[in-house]
Design a protein around this ligand. Structure first.
Ligand code: AMP
Length: 282
């Protein structure tokens, strides 16, 4: 596996691969790999001849009061894991090379970024779309794989790619969970034992919602009331619990195909998100 540290070298590699008629799949990450990341890498390898994983804790997607400084990092371990997955290139640039002092461009998707996580994290999605746009330009992937765990991010990126006529296929990967149902996240290591227990309320809420939908419930307000009650019983602070359309992210009054239950809570100091496409098999 090649480790590439600068945007210029990354582009030179991509140009060589394209000249050799290779197909390229990209998996953008912030590192601290868990099984969720590894599954995305596997999916990328299935789709393309060459797999690039970017590992970049993107400073411009963190708010001033967020965890940029303490975000978990373990580069040697990440290298080992990516190599074991058969990744061809780990692109791990320094922040100064991605954002030199004179850089002053942001890629902004409007509308979809004003709701859900966009409300409590102003500027977050502009940071995400800017870095993903840069990665697409540097690496020129045919495919890019993103997790459905960050389902708003996936919707925003799909919108950006469609709006900018980008010739890259966006592939979503289902949420990878721990055996007890907690969605895997690099941030789970922040959780104490009781917090880890409290965090299970997210998966319980999803189970409850699925059960009610299977029983024929279609009224969103009713389901939301139940979900909120369930979350309030756990030692968490609810940021949002919403029933939205998977593409428009608009609240749904009547539940149906494409309705996603989207959840964000704070467990102690740790912010966790989860979601479920309620009418999909699962
Ligand atoms: P991150 O390193 O947290 O920015 O995540 C990198 C990519 O991995 C994103 O596309 C995430 O949606 C995806 N991802 C993170 N956790 C999971 C998970 N538990 N299941 C599926 N995809 C995930």
């Amino acid at each position: 596996m090649e480790i590439i540290r600068t945007p210029a070298e990354m582009t030179a590699w991509a140009n060589r691969a394209l000249a050799a008629r290779e197909t390229i799949a990209l998996v953008p990450t912030m590192g601290s790999f868990h099984e969720g990341h590894l599954r995305l890498m596997r999916k990328a390898r299935e789709r393309a001849g060459r797999t690039v994983v970017s590992l970049f804790v993107n400073p411009i997607q963190f708010g001033a009061s967020e965890d940029l400084g303490r975000y978990p990092r373990d580069f040697p371990r990440d290298c080992q894991l990516a190599e074991a997955e058969g990744v061809d290139v780990l692109f791990a640039p320094e922040a100064q090379t991605m954002y030199p002092p004179e850089a002053s461009t942001r890629v902004i998707v409007s509308g979809l970024t004003d709701v859900l996580c966009g409300r409590s994290r102003p500027g977050h999605f502009a940071g995400v779309t800017t870095v993903v746009a840069k990665l697409f330009h540097l690496i020129k992937p045919h495919f890019a794989v993103f997790g459905e765990k960050d389902f708003q991010q996936l919707a925003v990126i799909r919108r950006m790619v469609a709006d900018l006529n980008w010739d890259v296929e966006i592939i979503g990967h289902p949420i990878v969970r721990e055996v007890d149902g907690l969605a895997m996240s690099s941030r789970n290591i922040y959780l104490s034992v009781p917090e880890r227990q409290a965090a299970l309320c997210l998966f319980k809420a999803i189970g409850q919602a699925r059960k009610r939908v299977r029983a024929g419930l279609v009224e969103a307000t009713l389901l939301l009331r139940e979900i909120e009650e369930l979350l309030q019983q756990a030692a968490v602070t609810v940021e949002y619990a919403s029933l939205v359309d998977q593409t428009t992210l608009q609240p749904q009054a009547v539940l149906g195909k494409g309705t996603v239950l989207a959840l964000a809570v704070k467990v102690g100091a740790t912010r966790l998100i989860d979601n479920d496409n309620l009418f999909e098999e699962g």
